[in-house]
Design a binder for this molecule. Structure first.
Ligand code: DSN
Length: 498
């Protein structure tokens, strides 16, 4: 199998398609070692190109971002941070990390940016420990008249550990839209902290600010954590910061989902957490449209603690991913990205409105961001049934718990839809209205089936075949107009990987 050579022969004399050539060269290199992996990469592109991506936390990054990730930078260890490494030969990684950090600060208006976390979960751990070290460990060391942790006695260390492990965290409940790293019992965050959860209001499905304020006063947490992976309301960070200040809580915002909306000016003023929060964490691959990764943004007073993510929480950073982050942040600091961020929200609102028009129940009656939450329990379905049926019909999305969900996180009562990826492809309000129409038709045609014991199944279902055929045809019609990476011709690979 000599894919590159075949491609060069086939295109001899034609105008150079640099993106296709790069892709072919990469696949060729992979295929020479492991053809089955090369096949999976090409098949994944075919899959993402032929299914409508409505997963709210996914996007399509640029081919430049992808190229920055796939090279020898991955071979370099660079524990420490720029200018302070535990390894020799980190000059180039220093340049990359400094640039990525500078681009992040310029893009988001943060006082400090730490670009090493490998994921949003990592970023949250780095932030948690930075807060604990600044507010608990450092004062305790001062009390013992010591600066160096290694110099205190075992008894003193045990005292500090006990104090560090008994701090209060007030975070959003998973079912109300919070993330599992915000104190969910199956996550380490719940073991690190004495966790208290707030919920959305049962009637409105939105945050209840007065209740939050009361909880802050009652609990007096060290950390007041705001942020979500499934919430559609606008959040007033200015007001919440004033509440946090009343009780001296550290305000931490997990903006993993909406960082791109902030970067692009889709969420501004009191809806932008960066001017208010002591620490923000984010991923870099959702609305921000960069590589898979995380980042911590903070006020200057937290910078020295955050920069010690290694050794505290992490080992070595991924220089290749930091390089890709630098590119993505630059890409996001453009008028095109600003228009993109606003369009994500516009599309999301249209999707929600059109679904409601078709009789589908939308959580909180609409959306103020990139997410739309659909209540499928209202149609007698579980999220699992709806997710599987919609995938059969050409759409990729995920089931999600809704507030006070009776089905739990495996089956769920809801679906989470998002518009970042379809908006990247160039889709607009007309497409959103049509997508809503297709989704509504599919949802209404699903019937729960019986399980092996004759009970109504939470997983099995039947689907109207005519609706399925029509849905696949309509989705294809939309995707044919908005092609993912149009520079890349996947048909070329058919003869190698069919
Ligand atoms: N998995 C991410 C999401 O889908 O929201 C959060 O970790």
């Amino acid at each position: 199998m000599d894919i590159l050579k075949d491609y060069l022969t086939k295109t001899a004399g034609e105008e150079l398609n640099a993106e296709m050539l790069t892709f072919v060269a990469n696949i060729d290199a992979v295929a020479k070692k492991r053809p089955e992996i090369a096949k999976s990469i090409v098949k994944e592109l075919v899959d993402q190109r032929s299914h409508l991506k409505l997963i709210a936390s996914e996007n399509f990054c640029s081919l430049a971002v992808q190229s920055a990730m796939g090279n020898l930078l991955t071979d370099k260890y660079a524990e420490g941070y720029a200018g302070n490494r535990f390894y020799a030969g980190c000059d180039n990684v220093d340049d990359i990390e400094r640039l990525a950090s500078k681009e992040a600060m310029a893009l988001l208006g943060a006082e400090h940016a730490y670009v090493q976390p490998h994921s949003g979960a990592d970023a949250n751990l780095v932030a948690f420990w930075a807060i604990l070290r600044k507010h608990v460990q450092t004062p305790a060391l001062e009390k013992f008249g010591e600066k160096n942790l290694l110099n205190i006695t075992k008894e003193q260390w045990d005292e500090i550990r006990a104090e560090m492990g008994n701090q209060k965290l007030l975070g959003m409940d998973l079912y109300s839209g919070g993330h599992l790293t915000h104190g969910y019992r199956h996550n380490v965050s719940a073991q690190m902290f004495d966790v208290y959860n707030y919920h959305v209001d049962k009637e409105t499905g939105l945050l209840d600010y007065e209740n939050l304020r009361q909880m802050l006063h009652d609990i007096k947490p060290l950390i007041f954590l705001i942020g979500f992976s499934a919430y559609t309301g606008a959040v007033d960070y200015e007001l919440l910061k004033s509440y946090a200040d009343e009780v001296g809580a550290v305000m931490m915002v997990d903006m993993a989902h909406f960082a791109g909306l902030v970067a692009g000016g889709g969420l501004t003023g009191k809806y932008n957490p960066i001017p208010y929060a002591h620490i923000c964490t984010t991923t870099t691959h959702k609305t921000l449209r960069g590589p898979r990764g995380g980042m911590v943004l903070c006020k200057k007073e937290y910078a020295e603690y955050v920069d010690k993510g290694c050794p505290h929480v992490m080992g070595g950073p991924l220089p290749n991913v930091m390089a890709a982050k630098a590119i993505a942040f630059k890409e996001a600091n453009t008028p095109e990205f600003k228009a993109y961020a606003k369009k994500i929200i516009e599309n999301s609102k249209q999707l929600a409105a059109s679904l409601i028009e078709k009789g589908i129940k939308v959580q909180a009656g609409g959306t103020e961001n990139h997410i739309v939450l659909v209540d499928v329990a209202a149609l007698g379905l579980t999220g699992r049934q709806a997710e599987s049926a919609l995938r059969e019909c050409g759409m990729t999305l995920n089931r999600n718990t809704l507030p006070f969900d009776e089905y739990g996180p495996w089956y769920t009562s809801g679906l989470r839809l998002g518009t970042p990826a379809t908006t990247t492809l160039g889709m607009g309000r007309d497409e959103m209205a049509e997508i809503a129409d297709i989704i509504a038709a599919v949802l209404k045609s699903i019937k729960p089936a019986l399980d092996k014991k004759g009970n109504v199944s939470k997983a099995r279902y039947t689907l109207d075949e005519d609706v399925k055929t029509a849905s696949i045809r309509r989705i294809k019609g939309i995707l044919d107009k908005f092609v993912l990476y149009p520079e890349i011709d996947t048909d070329f690979f058919t003869k190698y990987f069919n």
